[in-house]
Write a protein that binds this ligand. Sequence first.
Ligand code: NAP
Length: 296
Amino acid sequence: MTAQIIDGKQVAAQMRAELKDSVARLKGQGITPGLAVILVGDDPASRSYVTAKEKACEEIGMHSDDNRLPSETTQAKLLGLIDQFNNDPKIHGILVQLPLPAHIDEDAVLLAIDPNKDVDGFHPVNVGRMVVGQEAFLPCTPHGVIQLLLRSGVKLSGAEVVIVGRSNIVGKPLANMLIQKSATGNATVTVCHTRTKNIAEHTRRADIVIAAAGRPNTITAEMVKDGAVVIDVGVNRVEDATKKKGYRLVGDVDFEAVSRKASLITPVPGGVGPMTITMLLYNTVLSAEKSLSRCN
Ligand code: NAP
């Protein structure tokens, strides 16, 4: 079997076109969805993520408020800025790019964001709402994975899903979303991690394998059953002297070998990555729609 590629760029483009229409509708009702983006410090990777997020906002007609602060910014100053955006009616989403410099308490910052503007879905109020199945801002990467699966025609209800990785931003929320009694859930989920005794024993019975470990080759061909759907969340740099930058990006899955057994597979790059920013735009538009209904 040769797997069909799930093209994340194409699915993301389709969703962004839908969001552009929603933004135009909201503008017609007098609201421009606005995202405040806050970056503290000058980490090159964070800078490029933030630039990509602002560009994506512009492309669909949203307003983005760009705040690049020096690395020595105090926690008090950052909390003050968040408070200002919490109270700004033009801002519907607040994104603080992580990681923050070591002198700033990340938990205190995430807690300071109004849960109604927490478009990253990391505030404990949104996490709690998600777990109990209430309406919430869903964290972007796991929500992007679910959208990729659904929009590729993959049936989640009753599916055996094995996730490798249990972080708070990918593995745990994804497992929670997939077990919800809803159209975007109803799967039977196993979560593996570094203490799991025999990961292959779990992945081999999975209809859907989701790799989110952050280690190249975590999923090899012998760990996957014929016809499985394989989603690769991992993004890893590996040295490559043939590349100008001296490295290339790979996922957690041995793509070449696994794509000979799987029925559907995501590439890296071009799979889950483009969906993450798309779901951030989705949450900001949703927040603007909610603010409109609160006004009416
Ligand atoms: P993380 O916080 O480092 O968590 C990694 C998880 O994988 C941990 O739960 C760890 O287990 C588990 N793990 C690591 N090596 C393993 C192994 N050999 N076998 C089994 N489990 C293993 O990472 P993360 O933030 O969740 O990110 C995971 C990957 O996704 C990274 O490559 C990251 O760059 C990528 N990512 C991509 C996007 C995107 O938009 N494409 C977004 C977010 C993250 P323990 O808990 O036992 O340590």
